[in-house]
Write a protein that binds this ligand. Structure first.
Ligand SMILES: *Cc1c(COP(=O)(O)O)cnc(C)c1O
Length: 352
């Protein structure tokens, strides 16, 4: 999909999107990706221990005083201001590769287009600083965004080309990420940095690209009933809270169950006017409350269940399925946010 002779920089940021940073890193290394892009220093150090020879690109997260630590662990810093470049120059004892980030227009980090060319030239002139790559990241999700992204990508390529004509040849250039690949943006760069697609996650609305061949890496999130309550007269569910948005436990009739999976585990209370569901015996059962460590499930439409019954929060069970799309709609947030929340605490089982 990314074309021949294009380097693949595979992202393991955001806690590898609900998966396991180290296991995902090892698998991607086995698959011979060209570099891994890390979100945090601690994760990068962990991966470095397991993969001594892999290039680890640090996405932005550093202050200049953190640079010596990056270099000690053989991490490739992203340079998004001159202070970081000077810190590399001051602490590097030999020529050291850096990747320069250009701000594609998101207003986050990187050199803005008008400054990029002179900044890159200045950094390339610093002692012991080797500009290995120039890159940008342009998140966009819709048709007007695609047009903007293509225009920005072309401008980016023009900056790189202008530098080349002036005698500064940057070996690695990267503008495309998942959406640019899926929506067919054109560039003449020789690398891509991809996260969403690697995890089998649609990165844009389905009508803009065909994501049907992707399979989710996080296959399922499961729990089990640790408590079953039959119906009883005067039954209520939920927690009575006080304060401005105070609410009372509400009357409920029917059986209920409890799973030891709450927002501490990355679950979330459904957005207003949304009902979330889990699967039990292939059937959807509504979620009545999500608390810090526990969630309450409506079992009123299911046969009498015992504790220990399997509950599927994400994934398939018999004919039933709960997809990442479902969870992100119910929780009123993006798919990445749903996955990132769930990368915290639950033990993981690796298959395949
Ligand atoms: C996350 C990220 C990417 C890849 O993201 P996609 O999900 O593929 O869009 C690329 N570059 C940077 C800087 C990123 O933070």
């Amino acid at each position: 999909m990314i074309g021949p002779d294009v380097r693949l920089h595979a992202c393991i940021k955001t806690g590898a999107y609900g998966c396991d940073v180290l296991e995902v890193a090892k698998r991607l290394s086995d698959l011979r990706v060209d570099a891994l892009c890390c979100g945090t220093f601690d994760e990068a150090v962990m991966v470095r221990t397991a993969l001594p020879d892999m290039q680890l690109i640090m996405f932005a997260a550093a202050l200049p005083e953190g640079i010596p630590l990056y270099l000690r662990h053989g991490l490739t810093p992203t340079i998004h201001n001159l202070e970081l470049a000077k810190a590399v120059s001051a602490s590097a004892e030999k020529p050291t590769k850096v990747h320069i980030k250009v701000d594609a227009g998101g207003g986050r980090i990187g050199f803005p287009f008008p400054e990029a060319k002179s900044a890159i030239r200045e950094i390339a002139g610093m002692k012991n600083v080797l500009v290995e790559a120039v890159y940008m990241h342009l998140p966009f999700v819709d048709a007007p965004g695609k047009e903007f992204a293509q225009q920005r990508t072309t401008e980016f390529c023009n900056i790189v080309e202008a530098l080349r004509r002036e005698g500064l040849n940057v070996p690695v250039t990267q503008a495309r990420a998942s959406n640019a690949v899926m929506m067919g943006l054109k560039d003449n760069c020789n690398a891509v940095a991809i996260s969403s697609l690697l995890y089998g996650k649609a990165s844009a609305p389905r009508d803009l690209a065909d994501f049907s061949s992707l399979r989710p890496v996080l296959r399922a999130v499961k729990s089990r009933l640790i408590q079953v309550h039959p119906d009883f007269p005067g039954k209520t569910v939920g927690i009575t809270t006080s304060g401005k948005q105070g609410r009372s436990a509400r009357p409920f009739s029917g059986a209920t169950g409890v799973i030891p999976f709450g927002w501490r585990d990355g679950y979330a209370q459904p957005a207003s006017a949304q009902t979330a569901y889990v699967l039990i015996r292939g059937e959807r059962a509504p979620v009545l409350a999500v608390n810090s460590e526990l969630s309450v499930i409506d079992l009123s439409r299911l046969p009498a269940l015992q504790i220990g019954e399997e509950v599927t929060i994400l994934g398939t069970d018999g004919k039933g399925a709960i997809t990442l799309d479902d969870l992100s709609i119910w929780q009123g947030t993006g798919q990445s946010a749903v996955l990132a929340r769930m990368s915290n605490r639950s033990p993981k089982i690796f298959i395949g």
